[in-house]
Write a protein that binds this ligand. Structure first.
Ligand SMILES: [Zn+2]
Length: 268
């Protein structure tokens, strides 16, 4: 499809009408239908499962699923009712991820830093926080909007004849990688930390353990840090933010426990 002025106007309209609000109240660009992003997450997970080595440890998988399920149970229905899948991967790097569409991966290496169920809940709460805040959609949308902006300028300058198809598609093709699996920005990390702290507390885990987790991470991290402890924001900034939100999180935990939520997952 040749890119003409009408197309640019239509797409600009799409960008302008695609604002959403994240769970912490931040306005964000959200141009992709949720179903499409979920599909990308499910596809990316399939690819990972076929390429990476899955752990066959029943004990580890059961443990990871126990912690994940306790959190999934307290998600808003739209997420809770997805078909969640949780697998442990044989990978020494201390990492974990959650993908849109209800897919979770936990590396064997994470158990060395997330030493208790509550600390693992902090990791998984954070990862699920990225999904609930639709960070993948936002990042892909920003990339696409940037690309469309460039195209619009080209058209305005009379450089018509560019095929939008390839441009948009490369942004989309990039999307699966870019929107879902790459490290998140500082804003996204902080937001996922906050959402995660609340989620773990809602499930009845002790949110104070999120701080211990980051302390363990800091001690363990030498060389390139994995996704969720990407260098920005620094560990101490994250701990400060978690501590600020701690009174609210503890109150949430008390309510959850009073309501009978007290997960009993056994660390291996
Ligand atoms: Zn993260």
């Amino acid at each position: 499809m040749p890119l003409n002025k009408l197309t640019v106007l239509l797409l600009a309209g799409l960008v302008l009408s695609a604002c959403a609000t994240s769970p912490t109240g931040r306005s964000q660009l959200s141009m992709f239908p949720e179903a499409q992003v979920n599909q990308m997450g499910i596809q990316a997970y399939q690819d990972l499962k076929s390429k990476q080595k899955l752990s066959h440890s029943k004990v580890l998988n059961k443990y990871a699923r126990c912690v994940a399920n306790a959190i999934i149970d307290v998600l808003p229905p739209k997420y809770r009712n997805q078909r969640w899948e949780v697998n442990v991967f044989e990978d020494k790097s201390p990492n974990a991820f959650a993908l849109p569409g209800g897919k979770i991966g936990v590396n064997t290496g994470i158990f060395k830093v997330a030493k208790t169920p509550d600390q693992l809940a902090a990791v998984l709460g954070h990862e699920i926080g990225h999904v609930m805040a639709q960070h993948g959609n936002e990042r892909m949308s920003t990339a696409l909007a940037t690309q469309l902006g460039v195209k619009a300028v080209q058209v305005a300058a009379g450089a018509s004849g560019h095929a939008l198809g390839s441009g948009a598609m490369s942004a989309l093709g990039l999307g699966a990688q870019y929107g879902i699996l790459m490290p998140f920005s500082r804003v996204h990390e902080k937001e996922a930390d906050l959402i995660g702290e609340t989620l773990m507390a809602k499930a009845g885990f002790d949110p104070r353990e999120s701080i211990r987790l980051w302390e363990n991470m800091q001690k363990a991290s030498t060389g390139a840090p994995p996704e969720f402890l990407s260098t920005h924001p620094s560990g101490s900034n994250r701990i400060r933010q978690l501590a600020e939100n701690m009174p609210a999180a503890l109150a949430t935990m008390e309510d959850a426990r009073a309501a009978g939520r007290h997960p009993r997952c056994k660390a291996p």
